[in-house]
Every structure is written in C-alpha cells, then in structure tokens.
Design a protein around this ligand. Sequence first.
Ligand SMILES: O=C1O[C@H](COP(=O)(O)O)[C@@H](O)[C@H](O)[C@H]1O
Length: 254
Amino acid sequence: MEKNNLPELHIAASSEEVLRQMAEFFRDAALRAVAAQDRFSVALSGGNSPRKLFELLASAAYRDQLPWEKGAFFFGDERNVPHDDPESNYGMAKAALLDPLGIKPEQVFAVNTALPPEQAAEQYTQDIEQFFAPYTARFDLVLLGLGDNSHTASLFPHTPVLHTTEANVQAVFVEEKQAYRITFTAPLINQARAVAFLVYGGDKALAVKRVLTEDRQIEEYPAQLIAPTSGNVHWFMDQAAAAELGQLGATTAD
Ligand SMILES: O=C1O[C@H](COP(=O)(O)O)[C@@H](O)[C@H](O)[C@H]1O
C-alpha cells in the first residue's frame, strides 16, 4: 500500500450499521459531484455484498436524499453472461437499485456481454471515454467488494490484468472460475475521486487482514493495487470483517 494513500477504515458494530455508513458515503459523494458538475458517475460493484446496500439506497430512507436523475451508473466488473443470468452484476443492480428507483435506461451503462469478452471490454472502454470526453475518465465514486481470495472487481490473483498500466477495461480469463470476466483495471479505478470497499462478514476477515497488513504482494492480494491517485481508499467494514486486524482495527474504528 502506498504510504501517501493510507486506507481510511470505517469499522461498524454490525452489518446493518456498515451498510448505513456506506449509503451515507455514497449519498455524500453524489451530492458533492452534483454540486460541482451537475451530474454524478458511479461504478457499482457486483457479487453478493452490494445487494443489501442497493436495497437500502432504493428504500424510503434514502431514495429522496439523492438526485438520482443526475446519476450515470457503470459497472466496475462484469461476468461474461447474459444480462438476465443470475450471475450478472448488471442484472443484480437492475433488480435491487435501478428498477426500484426508476432510473432511465440512458443513465445506465452496462457491459455488452453479447459481444466476445475482448470486444465487450474495448466497447466498454470507449463508452467510458465518450462519457467523460474531452476529459480523463474520473468516476465520482467506485464501489468495490473483496473476495475471500483478496480479489476486487475482477482483478483475480495471478492474472495478467494485474500488471497493466492502462486505465481502461479489460477482458481476463479467470482459471479458478473457468470463465471470462470484464473488469476495470486498477489504474482506471485509482483515477476516481472516491474509492470505497464494502466488506462485511467473518468469511472476509482473513482477506481483509492480508490486503491491509501484509507486505505488498499483488499477485496474491490484488486488492493491494487500489491506491487512488488523489485521496484515500475507504474501507467500510463490520467488526466481523475487521476481526483479524488487531491493533490497526482497534485504533481506527469509527
Ligand atoms: O466476483 C465478484 O466478487 C467480488 C466480491 O463479491 P462478494 O460476492 O464476495 O461480495 C465483487 O466485488 C465483484 O464485483 C464480483 O464480480
């Protein structure tokens, strides 16, 4: 982890509390962006962990607190499956967040998984560049999860994409899944204005400890690649996920 980019830990007593803190961070990032640029861009994470966050953001508690009509919704990674497949990150976000909030299709930028993975990645890079043109792609918020093998987005251990210096979207074949993934590269994530991990549950505790406390070994712990070029990376965790952090967790709890 870069010294000038220390992780900022937000450790909550329960998963309910960490979801609330994450929802507030999401809201504040969106409000800041809208005040500055009259729009906000977010790259959503996939897998299981963000589903409850999305449901919370779409609930009565938050739906009126954000200018949803100003949002542009992207995906930090995607599985190489049709959009209606239960594995689709887009499909999950659509069901839990986008449809309940009535987000318009033109605000949603899904990976075109009908294309071969390499082409889908190239197309998605172009979609992103076009959205931010003439400026560098800089998301207002990139949300991330953490796999129990220390992957984030679809930056899996021992994959070639870990070594790219290009800020774009790439296709990667993941041996352990025997499947292609389409993923933001670490340089693209690190250009964001805010980057936040949402991690809860005891099954993530060892991965959290490895990423945050072990010496840099990006092949083993790809989430160590995340070090925003400006600002810190935020880690929203419950106590179960932070359980192995020892003193680091104890001294930085909210
Ligand atoms: O495969 C993926 O895994 C990570 C972690 O997911 P979780 O189900 O353990 O929460 C996720 O961040 C990524 O977007 C997803 O595609």
